[in-house]
Design a protein around this ligand. Structure first.
Ligand code: NAD
Length: 470
């Protein structure tokens, strides 16, 4: 079994203690790797290294920082097959999904971030004033397990391009992908201390980072619960906090919508990562008048997905990512059966791992537990409305506001509704996203934005310098 180290101050080092976190393959339930369960001392060493490296990195010309990041991007591309292989083991998805839906999906985002850095005016002139953009200092990047690479690249590329140094703490469930990123930084000879990797638990490493007076900014992606705890800890030292949190995103369907399109687009978001996508459209809010055709379309579309062992030919959807996830989704489905109508429950071809079948509930009350809480599994809730205003209210009846969709043939009507949806983005008729556009939440889905220039701005603060002219 492979054992990993920590990457601190440009060196691969052992943890200060012999404590480990086991990494399990959710498709086989076998432990195949161990990463250090880093201690407070390890975390402090990483923070110190990042702090020491900051002044030089901040003063490194932006063109040179861009060059480093282009090399890191090239390293990721060159190793895409190895990364996809490891990622599929630690997350439980098929190799094809890992390569296309996880690794390659980061490419356009990385390119958009580099472009934004190239175009950003670090100095802006305004009458007797110069406004300069400056980095914060040491950034702690804390990431979740569901998109092990993109959640890291969305943070470290803009943070480093902006001139910050980074301590990266990936999820304890999927830490292996992060090793490719640290390896890449080592390979391109990124100056020592500019990027440091500490693996471990949120309650241990994450808390030390949140509370440290030497960490200037936290960029956190994870659950709303984790973000709330961490945000409170971080405020003790008044640091900048960016929170990218959970969701319960609605797909608002209008009367004239193409139901086949609704089924295809919605279920793609719900099944493609076994529902373990923050922005997945887990609530369909539809007019009662189209109930029958909509339900038939959703069932037909669901049958096109093969849930099973990700290592078997023909499998489209693998297992949930962990025992914890399996137990959580199982309990939500039991709750759903007691509070709504079960429309469809699919099958799993091979369930050696934490596999879970697709489940659709219908006639769900808008305030039901399964309509309100983030399940993070292949579970869809259909909620019906009688008039459109009610449909909009139901769509907004959630503590979350990450993503959303509106489906209808009349695009002007959809565009009129889009601003009324309280979410960070609205996909009309399932239109795909844009790597240059902002991504982030309203309400308890967090604050701050990722991707493109919006993501870069998060890691910069502005300073006004006033000049007396004589
Ligand atoms: P999580 O909150 O359990 O953990 C996320 C990361 O934070 C992990 O590295 C964890 O170790 C660390 N952590 C957890 N609690 C912490 C604490 N109190 N202090 C410091 N660090 C802490 O989330 P998860 O289960 O890994 O990920 C799933 C969640 O992430 C879902 O809610 C999903 O919606 C959300 N998510 C959001 C986005 C987004 O962009 N908005 C993207 C992906 C995932």
């Amino acid at each position: 079994m492979q054992k990993y180290q920590l990457y601190i101050n440009g060196q691969w080092v052992d943890s200060t203690e012999d404590r480990w976190i086991e990494v399990e393959d959710p498709a086989t339930k076998e432990v195949y790797a161990k990463v250090p369960r880093s201690t407070e001392a390890d975390t402090r060493l990483a923070i110190d290294a990042a702090k020491k490296a900051f002044p030089n990195w901040k003063d490194t010309p932006i063109d040179d920082r861009i060059l480093y990041m282009e090399k890191l991007y090239a390293y990721i591309k060159e190793h895409e097959e190895d990364i996809a292989k490891e990622l599929s083991h630690e997350l439980g998805c098929t190799y094809d999904v890992a390569l296309e839906g996880q690794v390659r999906m980061t490419y356009s985002e990385i390119e958009a971030t580099i472009k934004a850095a190239r175009e950003h005016e670090m100095v802006e002139e305004m009458e007797n004033t110069k406004i300069i953009s400056e980095p914060y200092g040491v950034v702690a990047a804390i990431t979740p397990w569901n998109y092990p690479l993109s959640q890291i690249t969305r943070k470290i590329f803009p943070a480093l391009l902006a001139g910050n140094t980074v301590v990266l703490k990936p999820s304890q469930n999927t830490p292996i992908t992060a090793y490719f990123v640290a390896d890449g930084c080592d390979f391109i000879k990124l100056p020592e201390g500019v990027l440091n990797l500490v693996t471990g638990r949120g309650s241990e490493v994450g808390s030390v980072l949140a509370k440290s007076k030497d960490v200037d900014m936290i960029s956190f992606t994870g659950s709303t619960e984790g973000g709330s705890t961490l945000g409170a800890q971080a405020q003790e030292t008044i640091k900048k906090v960016q929170l990218e949190l959970g969701g319960k995103s609605p797909a608002l369907v209008l009367e004239d919508a193409d139901v086949e399109l609704v089924a295809k687009k919605v279920l793609d978001t719900v099944y493609s990562n076994v529902g373990q996508t923050c922005s997945c459209l887990s609530r369909v809010v539809a007019p009662r008048s189209i109930k029958q055709e909509l339900e038939e379309a959703l069932i037909e579309e669901t049958k096109k997905y093969t849930f099973g062992n990700p290592y078997d030919e023909g499998t489209k959807v693998g297992p949930l990512s962990s025992k914890k996830q399996f137990e959580k989704v199982t309990s939500y489905v039991a709750i759903g059966k007691s509070e709504a109508t079960l429309l469809y429950e699919g099958e799993v071809k091979d369930n050696k791992g934490y596999n879970f079948p697709p489940v659709i509930f219908t006639d769900v009350d808008q305030n039901a537990t399964i309509a309100q809480e983030e399940i993070f599994g292949p579970v869809l809730s259909i909620i019906y409305y009688d008039d459109l205003e009610e449909g909009i209210d139901i769509s907004n009846n959630t503590i979350y506001g990450l993503s959303s969709a509106v489906f209808g043939k009349d695009i002007d009507k959809c565009l009129e509704i889009a601003p009324k949806i309280l979410a960070g983005d609205v996909h009309i008729n399932g239109a795909s996203g844009n790597s240059n556009a902002p991504f982030g939440g309203y309400k308890m889905s967090g604050y701050g934005r990722e991707k493109g220039k919006y993501g870069l701005w998060e890691f910069l603060q502005s300073k006004a310098i006033y000049v007396e002219s004589k």
